[in-house]
Design a protein around this ligand. Structure first.
Ligand SMILES: NC(=O)c1ccc[n+]([C@@H]2O[C@H](COP(=O)([O-])OP(=O)(O)OC[C@H]3O[C@@H](n4cnc5c(N)ncnc54)[C@H](O)[C@@H]3O)[C@@H](O)[C@H]2O)c1
Length: 251
């Protein structure tokens, strides 16, 4: 590995929303960026924006629930950049329903995109990170892992992310690889903007700091864990939710 070359970070689900904010933040830290996403049009737009901001970026159409697709993309990153320093497992979906209305597919899809994808991506990059004796993995969980009515699939998947993070941290601690998780609260995304004004206001007031988060808020925490200097922190889950993890306020 060429120690003077710039670090390389993979961000899954990096074409939009929080993932794009994380990619922008890591690029500002001088990292070269690999975006993995299903949405080709959004990938092109994101890569164009990051390049315009001065980043060295590769955008790869990947289904993070498919091991062949993930392995192929990771190989493409190593061919282009010869190293992988950071993996941010951010891709996620929701399909909220009461359990009696939740189909097998609602369960499987949410577990696959939010949890299985993290297993597949970690497995693929750890071969490279263990050879380099260095790596930073940051898994995106959610405050909702604490529990959410109508979110059994999502909450179980995000709780699984916390457990995956803790187990992998122990497994790879001797190899220079740290594994941490970030658990966002409500973040300003198209989903939130689609709510009517009254619900938006109620949700904002349910956050102790009286505002909802931005992708930059989440990116700050990811950048912290992704730094070489964060070598003594592993297996941790950091809430970035304006204090909402401290209680479950009613909306
Ligand atoms: N938005 C919030 O309020 C919030 C709160 C807590 C946690 N989170 C978590 O943050 C992460 C990002 O959420 P977001 O709000 O930015 O979502 P988003 O829907 O805006 O972006 C998710 C991205 O993941 C991609 N994606 C989905 N399935 C994929 C697949 N199979 N393969 C590859 N890419 C895929 C989508 O194309 C999209 O670009 C998720 O893990 C989510 O659970 C979000």
């Amino acid at each position: 590995m060429n120690a003077t070359a710039k670090e390389v970070a993979i961000v899954t689900g990096g074409a939009k929303g929080i993932g794009f904010g994380i990619a922008q933040g890591l690029a500002r830290d001088g990292k070269r960026i690999a975006l993995f996403d299903l949405d080709r049009a959004a990938l092109d737009e994101a890569a164009t924006r990051l390049s315009a901001e001065g980043a060295d970026v590769i955008a790869l159409p990947v289904d993070v629930t498919d091991s062949a697709s993930v392995n192929h993309a990771v190989e493409a990153v190593t061919q282009r950049f010869q190293r992988i320093d950071v993996l941010v497992n951010n891709a996620g979906i929701v399909r909220d329903k009461r359990i009696t209305r939740m189909s097998d597919d609602d369960w499987d899809a949410v577990i696959d995109v939010n949890l299985k994808s993290q297993f597949l991506c970690c497995r693929a990059v750890l071969t490279h990170m263990s050879a380099a004796k260095y790596g930073r993995i940051v898994n995106i969980s959610s405050r909702a892992w604490l529990g959410g009515a109508g979110q059994t699939n999502y909450s179980a998947a995000k709780g699984g992310v916390v457990s995956l993070t803790r187990s992998l941290a122990l497994e790879w601690a001797k190899d220079g690889v740290t594994v941490n998780a970030v658990a966002p609260g409500i973040v300003d995304t198209p989903l939130f903007q689609a709510f009517d004004n009254e619900l938006q206001e109620k949700l904002k007031k349910s956050v102790p700091v009286q505002r909802i988060g931005t992708p930059d808020d989440i990116a700050e925490a990811v950048r912290f864990f992704a730094r070489p200097e964060a070598s003594y922190i592993t297996g941790q889950t950091l809430y970035v939710c304006g204090g909402r993890s401290l209680a479950s306020p009613s909306v």
